[in-house]
Write a protein that binds this ligand. Sequence first.
Ligand code: FES
Length: 568
Amino acid sequence: MKLRSQEWFGRKGKDGFIYRAWMKNQGIPDDEFNGKPVIGICNTWSELTPCNAHFRQLAESVKWGIIEAGGFPVEFPVMSLGETIMKPTAMLFRNLMSMTVEESIRANPLDGVVLLVGCDKTTPASVMGACSVDIPTIAVSGGPMLTGKFRGKDMATSDIWRLSEAFRSGTVDEATFRASEGAMCRSQGHCAVMGTASTMACMVESLGLTLPENAAIPAADSRRKVIAHMSGRRIVEMVKEDLKPSDILTREVFENAIMANSAIGGSTNFMIHLMAIAGRIGIDLSLKDFDELGSKIPLLANLQPSGQYFMEDFYYAGGLPAVLKELLPYLHPNVITVNGKSVAENCRDAECFNDAIIASLDKPFKDESGMAVVYGNLCEKGAVIKPSAATPELMQHRGQAVVFETIEDYNARINDEDLPVDESSILVLKNVGPKGYPGMPEVGNMGLPGKLLNKGVTDMVRISDGRMSGTAFGTTFLHVSPESAIGGNLALVEDGDWIEVDVAQRRLHLDVSDEELARRRSEWKPIDLGIDRGYVKMFIDHVEQADQGMDLSFLKGNSGSKVTRDSH
Ligand code: FES
């Protein structure tokens, strides 16, 4: 087979000279250009993405594997997204990052690519970009942090929510709160719970885009380097086999990923990212698929925030292969993965070493997991709740709305002693959807009113068009579509309106007559964001709603790897 890279390096005359000569300033011998598969290592390393800050070392392990297998490794940077650092929200830039990945792969002489991914958005953005080019691709996750240790207790990201509420209510002092920071983030790697980063690592493994065991090996464990090394070896073989994402990512594979995500209690963000990836590879997925396929799957992993343990424990207990083995009766077992083997073959020898962390189908941690998708006049295209992170007693509830028009309005009033709210109220937050707060921030698990926290209230029904951190929990209805900023009925809710939620019936209803809603609509004006230029303007103009994956409409699909114009 003719390698794509030979379109550059195999040329004679001036063009070949130029393509090779400048590469040689890195000390590359001439025979490297004579038909070795050129493998790009697409590196999301950045010191501003702390979860990926160890990726230069990880790339070295990948390079070793590529060289051993006869490939020619070239590492290149792409935009990186640090979840905790970037303002206003890293999600605003997921699609932009995917463009940097896509165009970097297509524009360069690459025959295959290794995606180094870690912090939340770096995984879906990289996979989206790679799918839109569709050359042989393997992903390597950076791995989770070691479990945090603070004053005799384990801790990780989900504890931030508990600690900050305790700090607000005065039961934890500032010195203690501050001291816990370094204890929680004590090693390289991404969040140590089943938050969005770990969910994404499990997603790429269950999609068959990584070698088995990729998801859970801690970043600090030497076996993380081994899997990077082995992935380097494998990508060279994949180029020879011409095994591309489109050969792996069938409809059945997406269904497997949905079921696997339910079994591990993965993040609600999974839905948005999986739909965006499906859109790039041409698979039609809808919110209903997540509910129909995922919501009856038993919870097999006892991991925070839905459960008790951490990613490090998950790895020692057998990791994702042990879960997939247990889940095989539900899965499509014969779909292939990057190593050329089927899911069933890959997990045949997997074992569970700790049944407190990985359960059997006979004795799951919960009979049903996954996401529930609710509909009603408040969310005609759907809203999402993660029942395993919610309070069972609140899953059927009728309460009066306490409305915040924006996140700034919420921040200004949530601790007001005069806020007319009690524990039966329903907190409603508007204008935090894809367009309304461009990027759809993770504010849907809005903290509870200060005066209720002081009374010991720990959960309330919350509704918004925003997202929720994968590390968070609560009875939160998220991703309301259509969002309020484009005139979804969420925009019309007023203080004191009665709202009915009934997760079992998949219902979210605003108890206001159609006539009254029509009257309010006639007076409604969209929020003025004052954004008239740059990437954010493009994002607002083209971003799709949460129920479709929030990609930019013109990025959907695949342009292949061919460069159509060639100036040389
Ligand atoms: Fe990077 Fe949680 S902040 S994974």
